[in-house]
Design a protein around this ligand. Structure first.
Ligand code: NAD
Length: 326
């Protein structure tokens, strides 16, 4: 397969400008290694592992499955139980991982240690303001997440079509576009908007290697762009999840003024985990993006990445090239 080389591929030493998001409960060794072996940047989810020791073991498991580079996502957002972030950070460094993606809030407390450990830092955020701050703090790249995304889109609701070019124009470090990407058309659009790569979560959740129940993948194939719901907006911690019985219940409770104490048991990650493990789609809330409207199959990661890159190259050389000649 021909390549699409960008500052992203050169900086992180991967073949293709395609990153897999560090999805809670799903971004485990099997998926990450499949993405890495296909030439993308796979990303383990640190907090999916119950302890820093378990994360180190998962890093070792991934290293046994691939010789390629991969990243670890360390999300810094409110959680039901306190997280020993410093210990997770140290496990990433001790594991010899060379790329980390921080996300959710200011990564300042961790950057010096990562840099000293030889780890490149991508910071994922949802606003230009935070992207500029991250660059100032010395991160190596920013992943900018438009309102279309699964999980936490922030509170400003700026879609990628505006957020990606705004961020790419303002930053000198490489920008990775996230939220709403599933195919070669999206990759070409992201490159045209100034980004150096795309990051995809929901699309990779719907691959053969994603370690989640087949019902979840079937639901994504059947789902439309209208099949998500924003919850926890009343707490200033919005999350985009697949619309289901629990998300409807949470949204209705929020509308009645129920506070976090009355919502916590419904939105807990442990419930969401049940969805992935048992296939009961209504067991809890689980993140999904608007992009599910574009997802129609369950390919292997290598098929997906090859298809995206081939399609992007065909668009650039074909239709866009023809337009430019006219
Ligand atoms: P969890 O079970 O600890 O929390 C469940 C949900 O409640 C999460 O959305 C969390 O942000 C929210 N929450 C917890 N305490 C809160 C508080 N005091 N006020 C407001 N909201 C609160 O979370 P988990 O499922 O074990 O996930 C671990 C971490 O990963 C969390 O920080 C979660 O937000 C994050 N996460 C991010 C994404 C994403 O951005 N795509 C997706 C899933 C989870």
């Amino acid at each position: 397969m021909a390549l699409l080389e960008t500052r992203f591929t050169r900086l992180f030493g991967v073949a293709h400008p395609v990153m897999q998001g560090g999805m809670q409960w799903a971004a485990r060794a099997e998926l990450v290694a499949a993405v890495a072996n296909a030439g993308g940047l796979g990303t383990l989810s640190a907090l999916t592992q119950p302890s820093p020791e378990a994360l180190l073991a998962e890093i070792r498991r991934t290293q046994a499955l691939t010789e390629q580079a991969f990243a670890v996502n360390l999300t810094l957002l409110p959680t039901l139980k306190p997280v020993p972030y410093d210990d997770y950070r140290n496990a990433i460094i001790e594991g010899g991982v060379r790329i980390v993606e921080t996300a959710g809030s200011n990564p300042q407390a961790h950057i010096e240690a990562f840099k000293a450990g030889g780890v490149k830092v991508i910071h994922k955020c949802t606003s230009l303001r935070h992207a500029l701050k991250a660059q100032q703090l010395g991160v190596d790249a920013v992943c900018i997440d438009g309102f279309e995304c699964a999980g936490h889109p922030g509170e400003e609701d700026i879609p990628g079509l505006v957020l990606i070019p705004l961020t790419s124009r303002a930053l000198s470090i490489p920008v990775i576009a996230c939220g709403g990407f599933a195919d070669g058309r999206g990759l070409v659009a992201a490159l045209a908007l100034g980004a150096e790569a795309i990051s995809m979560g929901t699309r990779f959740l719907c691959t053969r290697e994603a370690p989640v129940h087949p019902n979840v993948k079937a639901r994504l194939v059947q789902g439309s762009e209208q099949g998500t719901q924003l919850i926890l907006r009343s707490l200033g911690n919005s999350v985009r999840v697949a619309r289901n019985a629990v998300s409807e219940h949470v949204a209705a409770s929020e509308a009645q003024g129920v506070g976090f104490d009355g919502l916590a048991e419904w939105v807990s990650g442990q419930r969401g985990r049940q969805v992935y493990e048992t296939g009961d789609i209504d067991a809890g809330v689980w993140s999904a993006g608007l992009v599910q409207g574009l997802i129609e199959d369950i390919p292997a990661c290598h098929e997906l990445i090859a298809r995206i890159v081939d399609e992007a190259r065909a668009i650039i050389r074909g239709r866009l090239g023809d337009l430019a000649k006219a």
